[in-house]
Every structure is written in C-alpha cells, then in structure tokens.
Design a protein around this ligand. Structure first.
Ligand code: ADP
Ligand code: ASP
Ligand code: MG
Length: 433
C-alpha cells in the first residue's frame, strides 16, 4: 500500500459530472490498495468570480476612476481570503459526498480543520506548519481525506489563502508532511509541455523534467504548477506527477505506463533524466509591467533610493536595466514588477520623488517576458546569441534581458509574445516531429 496525494484543478472539478469523474480516479487508486488524500481547487472560474465580487464590494473601479487610474488603498486581505477561499469549501464537500455515494468512506477538511498554518501575508500566505497525524490515522483506516486546497489558517484564527494557483502548493506540502510516495497533479493537459500547448500546437509533452527547470518554467509564466509548489517539492524531494484528469479513469491504454515513462510528466531530480536537450522549454508571461524613471542622477546610491522603498512596500522587482549615461550626470532606469503591483509601485515612487530626483515616471503593461530554459545551458555556450539573432530576424526588439545559469529571459512588446514563443520553440528543436 502506498500513500498518495492526488490534486485536481478547477477544470477537473468544474461541475458535478466532472467531480464524478474525479471520484472514479480516486476509486481506482483506493481499489488498488492505496491510502489517498485528495486536494481540490474551486470549480473553474469560481475564484475569479469571487475576486470580482470582492473588488465590487470595495468599489475598486470607482476608486481607480477617482484617483486617476490608480486604485491606491487596497482592500483588507483578511476579508478577501474569507471570500475567495470559499470555492474550495464547496468542491471538497461535494467530492466527499460523491465518494460516499459510491460507498466509500470520505471526509472533507478545510484548512483550519487540518490545521494548515500560514503566516499573515494574506492573499499570498506561506505555509508555516501542517499537522497530519489525524489525517494519516484516518487514511490508513481507509477513509479518503478530501482537502480544500488553497487555504489555511493564519495567526489570529483568520482564514488565509496561498496565492492564485495555490492548491498545487497545498498538495505538495501535504505530500511532504505525509511522506507520500507521490503527489499526482491532475489537470486539463496530460503533462508538462515544451511550452504552453494552447499557444504552440507543436509543443510536446516531456516525460520528465528536473525540479530546477520546472521551477524556472513556473516562475517564468508556465502556470501548470504554482512556483511555490515546485520550490517546496525540490526542497523536500517530493516526486510530482503532472497528468490529465481527462484520461479515462481506468486509464485505457495508459494503464501500464510508468509515471514519467509514458504517463504524465514526472518532476524529479536531474540525475533521473537520461536524455537532455540544451533547451527543455519556452515560457512566457504577460503579467509583468514596466516602470521607467527618466533622467535620474547617475551617482552612487540612487538605485538604493529607488529600490529600498519598493522593497519596504513588499513589491518584487524582476528585470532591471540602467542606460549608459551620455553626459555622466543623468541616466534612465527601467525595471519590471508584477502588473498587480504597478499602481502601488508608481505611488511609492511618486512619494519618493524628492529623495530620488527624476524628471518623469512612466508605467506600461504592454510587455511580455519570454524565456528559454534548460539545464543544458550550463555546458553549452552561444544559446543567448542564437536566441537574440532569431528574434532580430523576426523584427522583435528586446527591451531588457535577464539570465540565470539555466535560463535566458527577454522583455518584448506584448504584441510579439506568441511569435517569439513559436520562433524560439522551433529554433531550439522543440517542435514535435
Ligand atoms: P488547474 O486548474 O488544473 O490548476 P491550470 O490552468 O492552473 O490548471 O494549469 C494548466 C494550464 O497550464 C494548461 O491548460 C496550459 O494551458 C497551461 N500551461 C502553460 N504552460 C504550460 C506547459 N509548459 N505545459 C503544460 N501546460 C502549460
Ligand atoms: N482556486 C484557486 C485559484 O483559482 C487555487 C487553485 O486553483 O489552485 O487560484
Ligand atoms: Mg493551477
């Protein structure tokens, strides 16, 4: 008997028929003798609806209008979490009921009931502790634990949520705490592809991907797994299998395929992967915004004056480019932040205008970041040169560049995002034959 964590995303639990399909997958594992914890997301679209209601209740749009495009004050994160966590409460109860209707023992668990403890960073809280003794005891007695993903409990007994896509992190955290054999992430694609298969039909499924590459893919925009879930899986050595809930529950032809050998994509240690391309995947993100400070003084300490107040406001900065100063006195500084943080970033910089000293401040969301990722880059030179030449040939201008040991990202005009992804996918030999 193995202990398994199974996680089902929004499209997999979108209605009662889909929840019945999920129950059939769970039943297969239980019939095979496994003890199962099942983590569920809210029904597809439900969390977006809940967020929209929160914004309506707070009068978000009206405030934006009044403040010349900026929403300024944010709503109370504790109440946001109280509302948006509710979608998972519904699906966990419904799945427990469907499992019971099939004659299985099942019980739903909300974050506070487990309890899954988090810090107080409401809307994107981090897990600080997870008690699994009772869950484990019940699971080994044959009861299926159905867990509401995405939610936990913060100090002060307030409901918290783990950031959008956070059910993946609930599942991996649970698998780590339970010492599960595997964490199966069931979604609407049958694995991790060389790039988003909805953008590039020629993308192909990878049998295996290393933790490090998956971490870069996720953090550079491949939303198939939440970045934190991959970070956690890597730290705790959790084997994660991304697979499709739309495969027939009896698995049809895939019944005998191995995880990571024909069935889904196994996220695992690099040394478990035999074949390795230089570039394993292309990711893109459209949720970053560009901030430009024109004519700031070119002298020591200015960058600190710009970035310290942003850090204090908890705003993450990603790419940074500082132009070469023509006269040795003034220069321009461009950097990116999450689009959701743009208003706040502009507000912080406006307040700090006197200390920083700049001529003008501009913000824009018409940008995209496209990244090539692969552990093979460690031992291959020239990947960046190839990438820049291919983009130049298509007339795509690069506004900023950032690199890591296994990744090269470029910032470009949003209108060219898909063309850039397709170009790089072909360039690095990833198109399916
Ligand atoms: P869930 O609701 O199951 O959590 P998500 O919508 O969060 O599912 O993630 C699955 C989606 O991720 C896919 O439908 C696909 O469009 C997108 N995606 C982006 N990049 C990739 C990739 N490299 N491989 C697979 N899917 C990807
Ligand atoms: N329902 C949440 C969201 O849409 C969490 C998740 O799906 O993982 O972000
Ligand atoms: Mg998701």
């Amino acid at each position: 008997m193995a202990l398994l964590v199974l996680k089902f995303g929004g499209t997999s639990v979108a209605d009662i028929d889909r929840i019945r399909n999920v129950a059939a997958h769970v039943k297969r594992e239980v019939d095979d003798g496994h003890a199962c914890a099942v983590v569920v997301s809210a029904m597809a679209g439900q969390t977006n609806q809940l967020v929209a209601w929160v914004e309506q209740a707070w009068g978000f749009k009206e405030r934006q209008k009044k403040n010349g495009g900026e929403a300024s004050a944010q709503y109370d994160g504790r109440e946001y979490d109280a509302v948006v966590s509710s979608g998972e409460q519904v699906t966990s109860g419904l799945l427990a009921l469907v499992l019971q209707s099939l004659g299985m023992r099942a019980r739903s668990w909300q974050g506070w009931q487990i309890p899954l403890h988090t810090d107080t960073a409401h809307r994107a809280a981090r897990i600080t502790g997870l008690a699994v003794d009772e869950l484990r005891a019940r699971m080994t007695e044959g009861e299926v634990a159905v867990i509401a993903g995405f939610q936990g409990i913060a100090p002060g007994n307030r409901i918290s949520t783990l950031g959008r896509g956070g059910s993946d992190t609930s599942a991996v955290a649970l698998a780590a705490a339970l010492g599960a054999e595997r964490c199966d992430i069931y979604t609407d694609v049958d694995g991790v592809y060389t790039t988003d298969p909805r953008v590039v039909p020629k993308a192909h499924r990878l049998d295996r991907i290393s933790y490090e590459e998956m971490l870069e893919m996720a953090s550079q925009g491949a939303k198939v797994l939440q970045t934190r879930s991959v970070e956690l899986a890597m730290q705790r050595g959790v084997r994660v299998l991304v697979r499709s809930s739309f495969d027939p529950p009896d698995l049809g032809g895939k019944k005998h395929a191995e995880p990571g050998g024909g069935l889904g994509t196994l996220v695992c240690h690099e040394d478990e992967i035999v074949e390795q391309n230089v570039v394993s995947g292309i990711a893109y993100a459209r949720d970053e915004a560009k901030v430009t400070l024109l004519k700031i003084a070119d002298k020591p300490g200015v960058a600190a004056q710009v970035f310290c107040p942003l850090a204090e406001a908890n705003i993450n900065v990603d790419m940074i480019v500082q132009n070469v100063s023509e006269d040795g006195r003034y220069t321009d500084l461009t950097f990116t932040v999450q689009s959701a943080d743009l208003d706040r970033a502009l507000e912080v910089l406006r307040k700090a205008k006197d200390q920083i000293g700049y001529l003008d401040l501009r913000g824009s969301t018409d940008i995209a970041k496209v990244s090539a990722i692969g552990v093979g880059m460690r031992s291959h030179a020239g990947v960046a040169a190839q990438m820049f030449s291919a983009l130049a040939e298509k007339g795509i201008n690069i506004e900023a560049i950032s690199t890591s040991e296994i990744k090269i990202s470029v910032l470009i005009d949003a209108a060219y995002a898909e063309l850039a992804v397709r170009t790089l996918h072909s360039l690095f030999g990833l198109d399916s034959r």
